[in-house]
Write a protein that binds this ligand. Structure first.
Ligand code: MG
Length: 239
């Protein structure tokens, strides 16, 4: 592995964001697993929702599918027959279970700092989550932030198709008034949705995907978390 593609695990100066994603005017931030440490709680909520219907998919498969929208996750994990039969019921059950787990969701370090760094560099910053608006607002509370901290906040209800379709990113970019997006996300579904919008994706490892998977999916940079990213050079990105 040469130095240009070497992993960055600490707050080391090195690759500026502009080096991997120049020409961006808007940074779109994923929420779950990127700004808040909720990935495994989402997996738990889904496992409990599935279990209530005597469905026992393996945990790894649930975990690897979190980050995809709930409209797609059921079919991906349990098959289209289950989606057809129980999809809406499972999503409702999942929401109830996840709501119970919200007090356990913790912020990942660095969200306010990252938003400050991006805005200070003259870029727009918007939220682009596959999750429900209710849970995006809960995440903002957990972060001590508000919708006013962002140029736009887009959630699952704002589009017909969630990640890995690019609709959420496109809607967030337009709502923010930008033209060229960079996505910060934690899953291969984020990377895929960004690619479909011809946008670069910087990936964080806080969703539990490996660096190799994220790079293979096409992430232009992989760092441990947004705290690391907040310390990278954002000036010159809009170049
Ligand atoms: Mg995520």
């Amino acid at each position: 592995m040469d130095s240009d593609s070497a992993p960055v695990h600490g707050p080391i100066a090195g690759t500026d964001i502009a080096d991997v994603a120049g020409g961006t005017d808007t940074v779109l931030l994923d929420v779950d697993g990127t700004l808040v440490d909720s990935t495994y709680l989402h997996a738990l909520a889904w496992a409990r929702a599935f279990g209530a219907h005597d469905l026992t998919p393996p945990w790894w498969r649930i975990h690897r599918t979190v980050g995809m929208g709930g409209d797609l996750l059921v079919g991906e994990v349990c098959g289209e027959d289950v989606e057809d039969r129980l999809g809406d019921r499972l999503r409702s059950d999942w929401a109830d279970r996840y709501r119970e787990l919200l007090p356990e969701v913790r912020p990942l370090p660095g969200a306010p700092e990252l938003v400050d760094a991006i805005r200070s560099a003259g870029l727009r910053v918007a939220l682009a989550s596959s999750g429900a608006a209710e849970f995006t607002d809960a995440a903002l509370d957990i972060l001590g932030m508000t919708r006013d901290d962002f140029a736009a906040v887009t959630s699952a209800e704002d589009v017909d198709r969630s990640k890995p379709h690019p609709d959420i990113l496109g809607t967030a970019l337009e709502a923010a008034g930008g033209e060229h997006a960079l996505l910060v996300g934690d899953t291969v579904w984020d990377v895929e949705s960004a690619a479909r919008l011809s946008a670069a994706c910087v990936a964080v490892r806080t969703g539990g995907f490996s660096e190799a998977e994220l790079r293979e999916a096409g992430a232009v940079l992989v760092v441990d978390d947004i705290g690391v990213l907040a310390q990278r050079g954002w000036r010159g990105v809009s170049g």
